[in-house]
Write a protein that binds this ligand. Structure first.
Ligand SMILES: Cc1ncc(COP(=O)(O)O)c(C=O)c1O
Length: 390
């Protein structure tokens, strides 16, 4: 039997996810209910004991830890001089939008997609253009409409694409061939790529995911990749991430952007926390991945057994977020999510916020103990039964 990672009661801990009413169960925002790796906690304690918290440089050890992790876990070692420290993936995205595009430009995404991409684009006065992923209702799978994508990349106003690799919320792991095709098209139309790879450590296929910086040299010249321990080790409040930009000119531009927006300075825990995570956290992560994989199966089995006539689990291969097709119940998943919350206390993310066809889906976060998942499923079944009787 799997040794599950320890979970913590996060009520009344300033947790955004757990800021809910008594009795409510949030399976929403993408962080985990598991306590982080003991190695990270140890490193943070050592730092606290030191008691000196002045301004810090980013040591070589930090960049080596990032490179080692990608070499060991993902079979490609990014060069350390391609890397820049930053305070988060979203800050890096917003900075890239501002630095690499002009007011009024288009930034391309693939909806349904992580909702904050939209904020980063719109808040900077750029236009969102989506080449929506196409859902096959029979196969329960998404694909890229390459013709549509090419026509949108060809628009001279489209200068940046934000890719989610692997994809939140639909759980696709892009293959090397798909990434090569995408990067080739972007190169043809002079569109830069920001590849958000924050979910790259949560893959449940044989091969894992393909970091975009591992593509052939000629395809990574207009590329910025962001990685971070924040999802992997459940340390979102660490505010530490790394952007990896192989091309020196682009890297200089990105660096100027991050520095002028004051997004390149670490807080006191960012460096020791990240180094400990990448150097000592792999065993802890294996236990977490086992727990998530088990939970993914618990959800599919339950839904296939009890709710198959109304809900379909989209069989994603990545992330701890499960994408549930509820179109047989409604095409307004926001209304359904609110109804389920009101009747049962279960809080799921309504797919509407991710754009595209998200209004037909709910997103469920299963990075929690199995008993929590079971309670969520029980509430889901009750909520759906009441919805059907409305
Ligand atoms: C795809 C994606 N990118 C970025 C983030 C957040 O990154 P950060 O906390 O480093 O800004 C999330 C969090 O859910 C996410 O799902």
């Amino acid at each position: 039997m799997t040794e599950y990672p320890e979970a913590v009661d996060r009520r009344h801990t300033n947790s955004v996810k757990w800021d809910v009413k008594d009795g409510e169960l949030p399976m929403t925002i993408a962080d985990m209910d598991f306590k982080t790796s003991p190695a990270i906690i140890e490193a943070m304690k050592d730092k606290l004991t030191l008691g000196a918290f002045g301004y810090e440089d980013i040591p070589a050890e930090y960049f080596n830890a990032v490179a080692d992790w990608y070499e060991k876990q993902h079979h490609f070692r990014p060069q350390t001089d391609w890397m820049i420290f930053t305070t988060g993936v979203v800050p890096a995205i917003s900075s890239a939008v501002r630095r690499l595009t002009s007011l009024g430009d288009n930034v391309l995404v693939q909806a349904p997609v992580y909702n904050i991409f939209y904020n980063s684009i719109v808040n900077s006065g750029r236009h969102v253009v989506s080449s929506d992923l196409v859902y096959d209702v029979e196969q329960h799978s998404y694909s890229i409409d390459w013709e549509d994508l090419e026509s949108k990349l060809a628009d001279p106003l489209t200068n940046l694409m934000i890719l989610c690799n692997p994809h939140n919320p639909v759980g696709i792991i892009w293959t090397r061939d798909q990434l090569i095709r995408l990067a080739t098209l972007c190169r043809k139309y002079h569109v830069k790529i920001f590849s958000d790879e924050i979910h790259g450590d949560f893959t449940f296929n044989e091969q894992g995911y393909v970091p975009m910086f591992s593509l052939p040299e000629e395809l990574i010249q207009d590329l910025e990749v962001a990685v971070s321990p924040s999802k992997t080790f459940n340390v979102a409040a660490l505010h530490a991430a790394t952007v990896i930009v192989p091309n020196a000119n682009l890297r200089a531009q990105v660096s100027r952007g991050l520095n002028s927006e004051e997004l390149a300075e670490p807080n006191l825990m960012a460096i020791p926390g990240t180094i400990a995570a990448y150097e000592k956290g792999s065993e802890w992560l294996t236990a977490v991945l086992d727990a998530i994989q088990d939970n993914r199966k618990v959800v599919s089995d339950f839904i296939n057994d009890q709710l198959a006539d109304v809900i379909t689990v989209v069989p994603g291969q990545a992330t701890y977020l499960i994408w549930l097709d509820v179109r047989k119940l409604t095409d307004d998943s926001d209304a359904l999510a609110k109804f389920i919350q009101e009747k049962t206390g279960l809080i799921l993310s309504a797919g509407n916020i991710y754009g595209g066809d998200g209004h037909n889906f709910l997103r469920m976060n299963v990075a929690c103990p199995t008993k929590t998942v079971l309670s969520g499923l029980d509430r889901l079944a009750r909520g759906i039964a009441e919805w059907q009787q409305k």
